[in-house]
Design a protein around this ligand. Structure first.
Ligand code: PMP
Length: 362
C-alpha cells in the first residue's frame, strides 16, 4: 500500500483511501466496457447511471426536499460568486452579505460587478475571528437574497446555526463544510460548494437551488452561466466533468457507509475537539485563532505563542509525514484542515507531534 501522508491540506484535500482504491480498480476498464469512464460518452448509459446515482445519493444524504434542483457545474465556487448575482440579483434589488472573512469578501467583490450589494453584518473589526450573531444581521425585507459563507476556510470560523430569513432567499457557500453535519436544506434558497474538500476531487461544483428561483430565465446571461440551462438539462447541457462526478459518487457511498451526515458530524466533532483541546491545554504555547463560539470543525486555525517557531513547526511536521499545516498566506499561522475524509488517526498523530514539539521548544 502507498505511504499515506497525514493529510491536512485545505483543498484539494484528503480523500478516503477506500474510495481511491475502488476507483483504482476501475480506472483502466469501467464495468466491462472495454474503456475507462474517462474515455466514454457522457450521453451513454454507463455514464448516465453514474451521473444520476450521484445526484440521488446527494439528495438522500443531505435530505434535499422536493422542489430543489441539484446541479453539477464547473468553474469552482469562484464562478458561483458571479453566477448567483447574475441569476438572482435584478436591477433595483439589493443582495446583502455577511462579511465573515476572506471568502465572503471575494463573494461580495464579485457581486458588486453585477448589482447593488449591502453588508448585513461584518466581523472585519475583529479580524474575522468570529461569525456575527444572528441577532446582529440587518438586511432589507425585500432583499434579493442574503448571502453567507458557512465555513471560512482561511480564518477557521463556521456558522454554528443558520439564520431563519423568512421570505428573503438565503444563499450559502458551503464549499468547505458541505455534508460535514446534517443541515436543513429547506432553510436555503441556494447552496453551492466546490467538491474538492468534502466531496471529491476538484473540477465539479455542486449547486442546490430552489426551482422557483430559477424558473424565469434572464436573457442577458450567457447560456452556460444560467442555472436554468443546467437545470433543464440535468447538468448534461454540455460535457460534464464526468470523472470528477464519478468520484463524488464514490465519496458519497463512503459517507453513507460511515453513518451519513450524522456520522460525519460525530467523526468531525471528535477530531475537532481533540485538536482544540490540545491547543487550549498548551498554556499559550499554541493559541486558537477563532473565537471559541465560532470555531470551525473543518479548519482548525492556530498560532504559536512564539511566532518565530512557526517555520520550524511546519518544517519538522513535513519531515514526519504531515502535509498542509501552514496557514493561508493571507493570515499566516497554522491551519489543520480536518475534512470528512481525514481519519482520527491523523489528528491523533498531529496532537502527539504538537505535544512533543512543545516539550522540545516550550
Ligand atoms: N469559498 C470557500 C469557502 C472556499 O474555501 C473556496 C476555496 N478554498 C472557494 C470559495 C473558492 O473555490 P474554488 O477554488 O472552487 O473556486
Amino acid at each position: 500500500m502507498a505511504n499515506r501522508a497525514y493529510n491536512f491540506n485545505p483543498g484539494p484535500a484528503a480523500l478516503p483511501l477506500e474510495v481511491l482504491e475502488r476507483a483504482q480498480q476501475k480506472f483502466v476498464e469501467f464495468e466491462n466496457s472495454g474503456m475507462s469512464l474517462m474515455e466514454m460518452s457522457h450521453r451513454g448509459a454507463i455514464y448516465e447511471k453514474v451521473h444520476f446515482e450521484t445526484e440521488a445519493l446527494l439528495r438522500e444524504l443531505m435530505s434535499i426536499p422536493e422542489g430543489y434542483k441539484v446541479l453539477f457545474v464547473q468553474g469552482g465556487a469562484s464562478t458561483q460568486f458571479a453566477m448567483v448575482p447574475m441569476n438572482l440579483l435584478p436591477p433595483g434589488k439589493t443582495a446583502s452579505f455577511v462579511a465573515t472573512g476572506s471568502w465572503a469578501t471575494k463573494a461580495i467583490q464579485e457581486a458588486k460587478l453585477f448589482g447593488e450589494t449591502a453588508i448585513a453584518a461584518s466581523s472585519e473589526a475583529d479580524a474575522y475571528k468570529r461569525i456575527p450573531a444572528i441577532g446582529e444581521l440587518e438586511y432589507p425585507s425585500d432583499a434579493a437574497y442574503l448571502h453567507i459563507t458557512s465555513n471560512e476556510t482561511i480564518e477557521g470560523t463556521q456558522w454554528a446555526e443558520y439564520p431563519d430569513t423568512g421570505i428573503v432567499p438565503l444563499v450559502a457557500d458551503l464549499s468547505s463544510d458541505i455534508l460535514c453535519r446534517p443541515i436543513d436544506v429547506s432553510k436555503f434558497a441556494l447552496i453551492y460548494a466546490g467538491a474538492q474538500k468534502n466531496l471529491g476531487p476538484s473540477g465539479v461544483t455542486i449547486v442546490i437551488v430552489r426551482e422557483d428561483l430559477i424558473a424565469k430565465p434572464s436573457i442577458t446571461v450567457a447560456t452556460m452561466l444560467r442555472y436554468d440551462t443546467h437545470a433543464k438539462n440535468d447538468s448534461l447541457y454540455n460535457t460534464p466533468p464526468s470523472f470528477a462526478i464519478y468520484m463524488v459518487g464514490e465519496v458519497l457511498k463512503w459517507v453513507k457507509e460511515n453513518g451519513g451526515a450524522a456520522g460525519m458530524e460525530a467523526r468531525n466533532r471528535e477530531k475537532a475537539e481533540l485538536l482544540y483541546a490540545a491547543i487550549d491545554g498548551s498554556n499559550g504555547f499554541y493559541n486558537g485563532f477563532a473565537d471559541k463560539g465560532s470555531r470551525s470543525i473543518m479548519n482548525v486555525t492556530f498560532t504559536l505563542g512564539n511566532k518565530d517557531l512557526e517555520g520550524a513547526f511546519v518544517k519538522e511536521s513535513e519531515t514526519l509525514g504531515f502535509s498542509g499545516l501552514k496557514g493561508h498566506r493571507s493570515v499566516g499561522g497554522l491551519r489543520a484542515s480536518i475534512y470528512n475524509a481525514v481519519p482520527l488517526e491523523s489528528v491523533q498523530a498531529l496532537v502527539a507531534f504538537m505535544a512533543d514539539f512543545q516539550r522540545r521548544n516550550g
